[in-house]
Design a binder for this molecule. Sequence first.
Ligand code: CIR
Length: 254
Amino acid sequence: MHALCRAVSPAIADCELSFIGREPINVALAHLQHGEYVECLKKLGVSVIELPAEPGLPDSVFVEDTVLLFDELAVLTRPGAESRRAEVDAIAPAVQAVRTQVERISAPGTIDGGDVLRIGKRVFVGLSQRSNQAAIDQLASILKPFGYSVTAVPMQECLHLKSAVTALSDDTVLINPDWVDAAYFTEYRQIRVADSEAHAANVVRIGAAILMPSCFPETLALVQAAGFAVSTVDVSELQKAEGAVTCCSVLFIG
Ligand code: CIR
């Protein structure tokens, strides 16, 4: 397993925010926490391609939103936030180095990678403030020849689909049913986040291992009780930029 990651921008305090209020971000601590996140990926066996910080792109640490990496091809996104569109050109060379076929979502489509949840050959895409039906239609036709089925999923009250639901394995999801209709995921065993931990559904799956933020102890216990091996990392400063754990990497099979 490989990952693309990008160091925290010194301008992260100017990040986009949609569903949370602005709080001061300790940039030095954000760097440190991001470094620990990258170390954690490496300990779990991931070979990490570390891209340099982009001083002019405040949200560029959140690489997940800029590209969808499938085994067969890559799809560069067109982020919903105008301020984030230049991040796509910034990551394109690194993407072209790992995939020969690289497609791109075009206007009027907008889509953030945080809205795209792949489980096997199923691809769920959140109809969020960032991702629209035009992009979902483009993605569906790009992926059809490769046997993927794409499903648009309505959602509310959170930034991205993967704020509300992620996969723990090919047959189990971790979900906050207040933010997304659990009926879209009935083919999977569902573990619900703890009531007091609305933001806990965003976890990274690396093979059989799970990586989640350290600030959700009740949901951690639920996931462990379901038999998953979980590592945790403190990402408090990145959470102030409305990020979590999936957004700081693009994982792919080399
Ligand atoms: C944004 O609003 O776009 C960034 N401040 C946070 C993006 C987080 N991305 C993600 O969870 N995939």
